[in-house]
Write a protein that binds this ligand. Structure first.
Ligand code: MLT
Ligand code: ZN
Length: 429
């Protein structure tokens, strides 16, 4: 599958021997998986479009075990694919060939919690290991921190923060310290229908003005998204059919105050014609139901056919232009072209579905989508990361000096290139 769509050659790493397996068994007793059936799921990505052929999965519980595993792999020149929840969208968390899968699934302990400061505390000495940032085991969070492009890397003088956003190519994050805010007492949601994208944008700026400090999400989806969640997941729209839909969430400490504010906003939006229909939820069952319409679009798209997925950062004013442009460009070659995403973050999820993968449709999409995005000074990867799929298009958003610096850091921290090879860094240095 992989090789047909994205030509890539295996690099000359060693292959796992009996002696390696015995060494792993000594490091993580009972945590070495070689059963082909158990290895099927971790070899396939969430979207089910990429498949690796790893024959070994390791399940360490501690940073020390991770450290020993990597020391062994480094000595033996064995490639390693760190894996958390395996929910990635860009093929960053599954092996491309036979890389050893290093799963953080068992590193799921909260080590300590400070109820007053809300901060988990790292054990003494945790930061001394070059492989460890801070000590808080939570498998999916670990991967998120490594993968999420929206977490900007801040390179401190001691280099620690380099790991954020490096997608397992520079090191393995074995622990995280998180400052936990209080769970908001009141979460309310409004779901609105808008007559055009201009009204979506105006609703956004009105919303920021009227809801300001309690606004916690502003999401949008187009009419085709709503049709697809209806068709494939049987979710019904709570408002009249509209070209666009907006989901607004508020989070605060005073339910009555927040509901009143949201109610005023809704009245204003309906009265001024920005919104043609709307509904509001204060009880958590309905809040969940409204969120499902937006959050389950990905699932509906997967059921629609093969999905070409783009995750772009764009100036909000131009955010939807590329969707219209592609509908005209692709015509009947695409099954559906949809736009949805985190408008509040300037993040468009542009998705195109087709009955099956086709190189000619791919050719019509790429590099056009990337060139268009670069023309807007946008980013070709907003929040999904770079992984396997986007590594060769990074140049559309990053200057050559930045790519060169990435390569230099990689060589410095992982001289043999064993960590998550074929990912994140462009294939041509
Ligand atoms: C979302 O916002 O729904 C997720 O990023 C997944 C996706 O883009 O499909
Ligand atoms: Zn998203």
């Amino acid at each position: 599958l992989t090789r047909e769509r994205y030509p890539v050659r295996r690099l000359p790493f060693s292959t796992v021997s009996k002696q390696d397996l015995a060494a792993f068994e000594r490091i993580v007793p009972g945590g070495v998986v070689t059963d082909p059936e158990a290895l099927q799921a971790p070899n396939v990505d969430w979207l089910r479009t990429l498949r690796g052929c790893s024959k070994v999965l390791l399940r360490p519980r501690t940073s020390e075990e991770v450290s020993h595993i990597l020391r062994h792999c480094h000595e033996r020149n064995l490639a390693v694919n760190p894996q958390g929840g395996n929910t990635g969208m860009v093929g960053g968390s599954v092996p491309v060939f036979d890389e050893i899968i290093l799963s953080t699934a068992r590193m799921n302990r909260v080590l300590s919690f400070h109820s007053v400061s809300g901060k988990p505390v790292p054990p003494v000495g945790a930061q001394e290991s070059p492989l460890v940032l801070v000590e808080f085991f939570l498998a999916s969070v670990c991967w998120q921190v490594g993968e999420r492009a929206s977490l900007r890397p801040q390179v401190l003088a001691d280099g620690t923060q380099l790991f954020i956003g490096s997608e397992g190519t520079l090191g393995v994050i074995t622990a995280v310290s998180i400052l936990c805010p209080h769970k908001p007492r009141a979460v309310n949601v409004a779901f609105l229908g808008c007559p055009g994208f201009a009204e979506v944008l105006q609703t956004f700026s009105t919303c920021k003005g009227m809801l300001g400090e309690i606004l916690s999400a502003f999401e949008f989806m187009d009419a085709v998204c709503m049709q697809l969640v209806g068709r494939h997941l049987h979710l019904a729209s709570p408002v009249q059919e509209s070209p666009f839909y907006v989901l607004i969430e508020t989070s605060g400490s005073n339910a009555g105050h927040d509901a009143e504010k949201l109610g005023h906003f809704l009245e204003h939006a309906l009265g001024s014609g920005l919104v043609t229909d709307g509904t509001m939820a204060t009880d958590q069952r309905k809040v969940k139901m409204l969120w499902a319409l937006r959050e389950r679009i990905t699932e509906a798209l997967s059921r629609d056919g093969y999905v070409y997925k783009y995750d772009l950062s764009l100036p909000v004013e131009r955010l939807y232009d590329i969707v219209n442009d592609l509908r005209a460009r692709l015509g009947p070659h695409a099954k559906h072209v949809v736009g949805y995403g985190h408008l509040g973050d300037g993040n468009l999820h542009l998705n195109v579905t087709a009955e099956a993968f086709s190189p000619s449709l791919l050719g019509a999409l790429e590099p056009h989508v990337y060139e268009w995005t670069a023309g807007q000074q946008g980013s070709v990867s907003a929040e999904h990361g770079v992984g396997f799929r986007k590594r060769d298009v990074l140049g559309y958003s990053k200057p050559p000096e930045v790519l060169q610096l990435m390569q230099q850091l990689k060589v410095l921290l992982d001289p043999k290139g064993i960590l998550n090879p074929y990912k994140t860094l462009p294939s041509q240095a």
